[in-house]
Write a protein that binds this ligand. Structure first.
Ligand SMILES: [Zn+2]
Length: 366
């Protein structure tokens, strides 16, 4: 990954280049920003830039020995730490899968990552053993470069274990750079946060997103459609442009329909079905629902002028429902979905959560 391959993020790239040019690359940098904005791709591009033997035109050269290795994610001075599942397990055991996932797309999210290691229903953590491993890795001299880079992806997964890295992040060995990545910086220990220089990425601009989708082979119409819908989230845009998303859409519309009808036995049955999906997919489904409702609200506010940007089947369902509901009702559903996502994140008992949400939804939309 080099800067040129990172979609948009012109300002963030500029600040990173400036740090290098002025010789003030921080010991610890925190890249934060909304999901799908390209924090991990940017971290990878920055690491390549730092390790490149002959950077040119403000980017890594892509040809030197270092670049060839960073492109394959096998540079011995580029270390990765990321959430894995289980105690006593470390990132190292998942490195082959991690490299595969990055090659697939560095715009992945935690859900996709956990899914790729067959742990989609579990919570990923960066555990104590991992912190010990990080310290050990960084205690060695660089192998091939004059620097070492440690990328910690989803640093919020450190939880309290972050305490173990405090000293290291404050005073890392010579020429060692931490790049922390987080979608929820408020979940990182304040003591760690205060030791990081923070760089916030914005959402990717619509036209940049559309351009990137076109480069993937989408028609200009479909690309701009999805770009609007994805709201700056390239990961989501990729998902929208793939067929797999159809399933989430159908699940949500089916759920809505059952909520509308409000037959108790069906609602119980559906809550059980949704509960069996696993946490990450449940979150996805609810996020899809939020997009769905948002589209309805836009459509409503524009008095049907702004098209509903959903797939055909879901679009028809959304139009039908939007013409029946008052704006306030849509807001209520949106708030309900928001609360449900929070509930899933807090590990609420899914069956109860979905049944409760279904009953509330029934009252809201009937
Ligand atoms: Zn190079």
């Amino acid at each position: 990954m080099n800067f040129a391959q990172v979609i948009g993020q012109k300002e963030a790239k500029e600040s990173l280049r400036r740090m290098c040019a002025e010789g003030r690359v921080p010991h610890a940098l925190l890249l934060e920003g909304p999901a799908g904005s390209g924090k991990l791709p940017l971290a990878l591009a920055f690491a390549s830039y730092l390790l490149c033997e002959a950077p040119k035109d403000g980017d890594s050269c892509g040809q030197c020995r270092a670049c060839r290795k960073t492109m394959e994610y096998v540079h011995p001075d580029l270390h990765f730490s990321f959430p894995v599942v289980g105690t006593k397990v470390t990132s190292d055991e998942y490195l082959p899968a991690w490299r595969e996932a990055l090659k697939n797309t560095p715009y992945m999210d935690l859900h996709h990552w956990l899914q790729s290691i067959g742990a989609e229903n579990k919570q990923g953590n960066i555990n104590k053993e991992e912190c010990v491993l990080i310290a050990r890795k960084l205690s060695f001299q660089p192998y091939e470069s004059d620097k070492k880079v440690m990328i910690i992806w989803m640093a919020e997964a450190l939880g309290k274990e972050g305490n173990r890295l405090l000293k290291l992040i404050e005073e890392p060995p010579h020429n060692t750079h931490f790049i922390l990545i987080s979608e929820e910086p408020e979940a990182i220990l304040p003591t760690i946060l205060s030791r990081c220089q923070r760089l916030r990425l914005a959402r990717i601009a619509e036209e940049e997103l559309a351009g990137a989708l076109q480069a993937q082979g989408l028609s200009p119409e479909r690309a701009s459609e999805i770009a609007v819908l994805a709201e700056g989230n390239f990961r989501l845009a990729l998902q929208w442009s793939s067929e797999a998303d159809e399933e989430e859409g159908q699940l949500f519309v089916d759920w809505l329909r059952k909520c509308y009808l409000g037959k108790a036995d069906e609602l119980v049955e559906y809550a059980e079905k949704l509960a069996a999906l696993g946490r990450e997919r449940q979150k996805h489904l609810l996020q899809y629902g939020l997009q769905f409702i948002q589209q309805m609200m836009h459509w409503r506010m524009s008095r049907g002028q702004m098209p509903i940007r959903l797939r055909e089947k879901q679009r028809l369902a959304a139009e039908k429902l939007a013409s029946r509901l008052a704006f306030r009702q849509m807001e209520q559903v949106s708030e309900l979905l928001d609360r449900s996502i929070a509930g899933i994140q807090r590990n609420a008992y899914a069956k109860v959560l979905f049944l409760d949400a279904s009953l509330k939804m029934h009252k809201m939309i009937r």
